[in-house]
Design a binder for this molecule. Structure first.
Ligand SMILES: Nc1nc2c(ncn2[C@@H]2O[C@@H]3COP(=O)(O)O[C@H]4[C@@H](O)[C@H](n5cnc6c(=O)[nH]c(N)nc65)O[C@@H]4COP(=O)(O)O[C@H]3[C@H]2O)c(=O)[nH]1
Length: 529
């Protein structure tokens, strides 16, 4: 009956685990691929945004240069004016300015709204300029369609101040050569957001994208748009818009690079998940088979009397020799055995093997003790106590020579643990607490549960003689154990300094690589002799 329950639970556990594995494997399979596509898109966008804002920046720079040159031309003419703005000297200067500057083409003198003379000579009647489109705070008048003789088809932009005017070809700033087709350029007035020059396909709303910022980039209506405000505060805004097909091409380029990495990562991750999952799901079955085939065996780590240096006991540590010869360490299979409910059978096997290996020694050396690791489930079934008592009886040992090792984590169900510990001690077995201080066991547990022995965890032994915060804890543990009349075994002693310190603090026993690693029973018995 019990067996059917166990198997039923096992099946449920496995089907839950299987569902979990399928979900994780699915995620590891599509996750990296989706991540690669996402990264390619982000990378593509970043690159195209960078490109389009650099185009817009070039337009703004050209526009700024045109404005700078117009301002410089006006300043030069104002400075040179000696009363007759259209004198021969002034006309020569106007021509020189027009020839020497890249963007500023026409410079002239103005009275009212008429240009009296210019780079192009004297204008008898004066050329009607019409009213300005806007006036800046310093009184500079801006015209977006300044009339130029002989050039009525070409739109000019002009600045006028202090009786002089300078003009530049309106489209020169947006006349940018780029190696992409269909790119739109425009300049706009950052104060009003009105487009000044550029392609008619530029959407006026793009100019409003840079409210307070100096740069913006976005995708809109089939274009990747870059908008910048010129360095000369509020003088010019510039827009560049690249057809969105270039973004698709760019993303595709990145996908070709990133997708294989994503696919390889997905394959590696998914295979690892499946490998480990299969191991986890099938491990309980393999443990069962391993038990049937007697693949579990024990090694023994000597427990040393720190005063005499003699081996006075041993800790039995289980190992699993797989069919393929691979040795599995307990950390890899004990948790699985615990979860799958097989730990009881495993502990039973450990006790059997330990009896066979150490029975004679226990009988012949009445002071020699053997510690055996138990799991939480072992405490729940009364069978373990019985098996340990059978071991003592069959080998002719005193029950006190057998020490049941419990860990803090096993004491969560305090009342159950307490009654089993009590029962064990009443039968004469000894009980040790292992890993003390590494979990959540409070001091009160130690008082109420009444252990015979406390094992100082390797973590605290390692900290001896170091700056680690844990280095002081070892002293507290020692003092506490003494107060509660417990024997002490220090674990993981690797150096003479640690051994000497522990000895000086009155710790009776120790185990660790300084003395010996866990070894096969024959080797252990040789060392004991
Ligand atoms: N770095 C270092 N390590 C040292 C040193 N001296 C000993 N060790 C290792 O520390 C572990 C001590 O065992 P534990 O704390 O009871 O911890 C044990 C115990 O909790 C569990 N375990 C082992 N055998 C059994 C068993 O039969 N039943 C159960 N339930 N658990 C077992 O597996 C754990 C790991 O066992 P192992 O891998 O054999 O690892 C052993 C041992 O080989 C040292 O000086 N330096």
């Amino acid at each position: 009956m019990c067996r059917i329950n166990d198997q039923g639970q096992d099946t449920m556990r496995r089907s839950r685990a299987l569902k979990f594995i399928i979900v994780v494997a699915f995620m590891t399979a599509i996750g990296p691929v989706l991540a690669a596509v996402y990264l390619a898109r982000e990378q593509g966008l970043a690159t195209e945004f960078e490109r389009v804002t650099s185009y817009a920046q070039s337009v703004a720079n050209r526009s700024d240069r045109a404005v700078d040159q117009m301002v410089a031309a006006i300043d030069a003419l104002v400075a040179a004016n000696n009363g007759d703005p259209c004198s021969d000297t002034m006309l020569t200067q106007m021509r020189q300015l027009g020839i020497s500057m890249e963007f500023m083409k026409v410079a002239g003198a103005v009275s009212g709204e008429r240009m009296l003379c210019s780079t192009l000579g004297s204008h008898e009647e004066g050329l009607a300029l019409g009213p300005p489109d806007s006036v800046t705070p310093n009184g500079t008048q801006l015209r977006l369609n300044a009339p130029v003789p002989f050039s009525s088809e070409t739109p000019y932009i002009s600045l006028e101040r202090d009786g002089f005017i300078a003009m530049a070809h309106r489209n020169q700033a947006v006349d940018l050569m780029v190696n992409q087709e269909g790119v739109l350029f425009a300049t706009f007035d950052p104060t009003t957001g009105n487009i000044r020059t550029g392609s008619s396909e530029v959407r006026p709303r793009w100019a409003n994208a840079v409210d307070n910022a100096t740069v913006a980039a976005f995708v809109d209506e089939g274009y990747i748009v870059g908008v910048v405000r010129s360095g000369q505060v509020n003088v010019t805004g510039a827009i560049a818009a690249v057809p969105a097909r270039y973004l698709d091409e760019r993303i595709l380029t990145f996908i070709w690079v990133l997708l294989p990495i994503g696919v390889v990562t997905a394959i590696v991750l998914t295979s690892s998940v499946i490998y480990f999952a299969r191991l986890q799901v099938s491990l309980p079955t393999q443990i069962r088979q391993g038990l049937r085939r007697n693949e579990f065996y024990l090694e023994y780590q000597p427990v040393v009397d720190l005063n005499s240096g003699n081996w006075v006991g041993a800790e039995a540590l289980v190992r699993w020799r797989r069919r393929d010869g691979r040795i599995m360490q307990p950390d890899e299979f004990i948790p699985v055995a615990e979860h799958s409910g097989l730990i009881g059978l495993l502990t039973e096997r450990v006790i059997e093997v330990a009896s066979k290996d150490m029975g004679t020694t226990l009988r012949d050396a009445p002071d020699f003790f053997l510690t055996i690791n138990l799991s939480a489930r072992d405490l729940q079934s009364g069978g373990t106590l019985e098996k340990l008592m059978v071991m003592a009886r069959d080998s002719g040992a005193r029950p006190g020579q057998i020490v049941a090792e419990l860990t803090e984590r096993m004491l969560v169900d305090a009342s159950a643990a307490k009654s089993v510990i009590k029962a064990m001690r009443e039968q004469g077995l000894r009980v040790a607490i292992d890993d003390f201080g590494t979990g959540y066991c409070s001091l009160s547990y130690l008082e109420t549960m009444q252990f015979d022995c406390l094992k100082i965890d390797r973590l605290f032994v390692e900290a001896i003689d170091t700056e680690a915060a844990t280095n002081r804890v070892v002293l507290h543990i020692i003092n506490m154990a003494r107060t509660l009349d417990m024997k002490l075994i220090a674990e993981g002693v690797e150096t003479e300094a640690q051994a000497n310190y522990l000895k000086s603090q009155g710790v009776e026993f120790a185990q660790g690589w300084l003395f010996s690693r866990a070894i096969a029973p024959d080797e252990f018995l040789k060392g004991l002799a």
